[in-house]
Design a protein around this ligand. Structure first.
Ligand code: RTP
Length: 148
């Protein structure tokens, strides 16, 4: 089953949106496979966002991610990578539809609350980076009530 890496950024944690965000993924039917509250350092944040290292906003992005604890999670389900991105909404909250997390709770790009992997390949890389200890193999008994 497909997995994605979702991170609630420091602003989402400080604003008390952790429960609301988790609830949206849970109610959809996705399974929470791993979760931790963690404050990362500069080199770790630079590694996570290494594809954006040449962009002018990179230093501000890294400072934002290291500014407080984040909630790192792995969610599982059919098409969870692309559906997760839909639940999150467009990168710039000015363009995110109402009903999406960013559309409902964020205003500017540099405080857009949440990250979600943009491909299955990147999800694999990000999960390995954030959860080097591995992920529980526990199987949810809800499966037949969510998938036919
Ligand atoms: P994310 O990786 O956080 O899920 O966001 P994304 O795929 O929707 O967007 P991406 O292009 O990968 O950018 C990563 C994060 O960098 C910040 N950003 N700031 N000031 C700017 O022009 C700018 N552009 C991007 C955002 O926090 C974005 O989520």
């Amino acid at each position: 089953m497909e997995q994605t890496f979702i991170m609630i950024k420091p602003d989402g944690v400080q604003r008390g949106l952790v429960g609301e965000i988790i609830s949206r993924f849970e109610k959809k039917g996705f399974y929470l496979k791993a979760m931790k509250l963690i404050t990362v350092n500069k080199s770790f944040a630079e590694k996570h966002y290494e594809d954006l290292s040449s962009r002018p906003f990179f230093p501000a992005l890294v400072n934002y991610i290291i500014s407080g604890p984040v909630v790192a999670m792995v969610w599982e389900g059919k098409n969870v990578v692309s559906t997760g991105r839909k639940i999150i909404g467009a990168t710039n909250p000015a363009d995110s539809a109402p009903g999406t997390i960013r559309g409902d709770y964020a205003i500017v790009m540099g405080r857009n609350i949440i990250h979600g992997s943009d491909s299955v390949e990147n999800a694999r890389k990000e999960i390995a980076l954030w959860f080097p200890e591995g992920i529980s193999e526990f199987k949810s008994s809800l499966h037949p009530w969510i998938y036919e």
